[in-house]
Design a protein around this ligand. Structure first.
Ligand SMILES: [Zn+2]
Length: 77
C-alpha cells in the first residue's frame, strides 16, 4: 500500500498514512484532534501520472522511430 501525507485543517498536524489507492483522496482522521485532515499532494511523484506511462530518463522528447532526441534524421515530427 502506498503512503500518503495528510495535514489536519484544524491543528496543522502532519502525518503519514498507509492507505489503499482507492481511499487516497478521502479525509483522514487527525491523530491529535481527531478532526478531518486533507491529503497533501507531494511534490515528488512516486506514482505515474498516467501521461504516456513511460519514464524518459533523458527528460527530452525522443523520437520513437529513431531513438534520438533531435529527430533530425527521420523528420517524423
Ligand atoms: Zn488535528
Amino acid at each position: 500500500m502506498p503512503i500518503y501525507e495528510y495535514v489536519c485543517s484544524d491543528c496543522d498536524y502532519k502525518f503519514e498514512l498507509l492507505r489503499p489507492l482507492s481511499q487516497a483522496d478521502e479525509a483522514a482522521d487527525c491523530p491529535q484532534c481527531h478532526k478531518k485532515a486533507k491529503r497533501i499532494l507531494s511534490s515528488f511523484a512516486s506514482f505515474s501520472k498516467g501521461e504516456g506511462g513511460q519514464t524518459n530518463p533523458l527528460g527530452g522528447s525522443s523520437c520513437t522511430s529513431c531513438g534520438t532526441t533531435s529527430c533530425d534524421s527521420c523528420n517524423l515530427f
